[in-house]
Design a protein around this ligand. Structure first.
Ligand code: PMP
Ligand code: GLN
Length: 379
């Protein structure tokens, strides 16, 4: 058939993990932990399966989970979404992002995103007939130039997609960024899609700034999160989105025919986890900060230049002291010859990306990080 996405190949995450596997390299490319999630969560899943909670869940998510999400949102961001109308449980954040984009973007609408940007946004916008306007952010701080942003806005602008803490740059938005966004779009009918899958992995002094904490923006926003990141269970593929009732009603129309509902026992187990073990997500910044520090320390004698990390479980490293290869070739060489797999940054950008940066995932056991650092220090 004639392709609807002729320029799209296999994601870099699949490519690099396959290459890591083929060469038996230490895989710091695709973002997933090499340790297991909480035993309690696993036990609750087994419990609910044994109890016979094995049929379809309600389309919007099991009530206990939606209520637990509402309570967590209230505790963290001072806003209590209505568990019935504002919260939708999805098959990972990926489905929430796709459903939100499909519900909001019409043929010919402009959508603004910030490069480097996560790879699932652009194909979803394209399939909806939207036109992506990308703002290129610059290392090391990847800050948004709000003047340049304002200049991109027009009557055609329908949606702004942002991600904080940001994959791949590991930088975060501050409250002032959300306020600047609000000032820029207040007089226009523009929606906001805020990808906050790393909301609990934030090391910034002022904590994670969520769109849900901004009283005006949250009236037009879809906030997306993922239990895969929060509970070290990327394979469970359970995420959710929070949006005002009118927006949720539209994205639920898409969700209803994309997956209809998400697996029941995992939702019940996650509800138990949120209610009974909230210290897990409260302690997550310290948990990951320790891994990040350990890895940076172990890389102390390497010629990689490590960029500041404010959140996510990724570190950026500048390899220009080591090689003049482009980042894609460097990552292939690193995997095959050095035995460490990483992700090149240029694949997240539409414009040529002149920097020599790779992304390394530190959601790994201490022994994995030390073994990878030993190899990288020899370069
Ligand atoms: N957004 C970002 C920024 C991500 O890094 C990821 C996954 N790594 C996702 C969305 C997708 O999350 P999920 O695995 O829950 O679909
Ligand atoms: N989001 C993960 C990452 O950034 C990968 C998810 C995937 O493979 N689709 O590495």
């Amino acid at each position: 058939p004639q392709s609807k996405l002729p320029d799209l190949g296999t994601t870099i995450f699949t490519q690099m993990s396959a290459l890591a596997h083929e060469y038996q390299a230490i895989n710091l490319s695709q973002g997933f932990p090499d340790f297991d999630g909480p035993r309690y969560l696993q036990e609750r899943l087994a419990f609910h399966v044994a109890q016979g909670a094995n049929q379809y869940a309600p389309m919007t998510g099991v009530p206990a989970l939606r209520e637990a999400i509402a309570a967590k949102t209230a505790e963290l961001y001072g806003h209590t979404p209505d568990a019935n109308t504002d919260i939708t449980v999805t098959a990972g954040a990926t489905e929430a992002l796709y459903a939100a984009i499909t519900a909001l973007v019409r043929e010919g609408d402009d959508v603004i995103c910030f490069d480097p940007s996560y790879d699932s946004y652009a194909p979803a916008v394209e399939l909806s007939g939207g036109i992506l306007k990308r703002i290129a952010l610059q290392p090391p701080h990847f800050r948004v130039d709000w003047q340049a942003f304002a200049e991109l806005l027009s009557d055609k602008t329908r949606l702004v997609i942002l991600n904080t803490p940001h994959n791949p740059s590991a930088t975060v938005w501050q409250k002032s960024d959300f306020e600047a966004l609000w000032q820029a779009i207040a007089d226009r009918e523009i929606y906001v899609l805020s990808d906050e899958v790393y909301e609990h992995i934030c090391f910034a002094a002022e904590g994670h700034a969520s769109v849900l904490a901004h009283p005006q923006l949250r009236e037009r926003a879809v906030a997306v999160s993922s239990f895969g990141k929060t509970f070290h269970m990327t394979g469970w593929k359970v995420g959710y989105c929070v949006a005002p009732a009118e927006i949720s009603a539209e994205l639920r129309k898409v969700h209803q025919y994309l997956t209809f509902a998400v697996n029941t026992p995992a939702q019940l187990a996650l509800a138990d986890m949120l209610r009974n073990e909230p210290q897990h997500y409260r302690e997550l910044p310290d948990f990951y900060r320790a891994r990040c520090d350990l890895f940076i320390d172990a890389l102390g004698s390497s010629r990689l230049d490590i960029l500041p990390c404010e959140g996510t479980y990724f570190l950026l490293a500048d390899y220009s002291a080591i090689s003049s290869l482009d980042d894609v070739s460097f990552c292939q060489w690193l995997t095959k010859e050095v035995g460490v797999a990483a992700i090149p940054l240029s694949v997240f950008c539409a414009d040529p990306f002149p920097h020599k940066l790779i992304r390394l995932c530190f959601a790994k056991q201490e022994s994995t990080l030390l073994a990878a650092a030993e190899r990288l220090c020899k370069l």
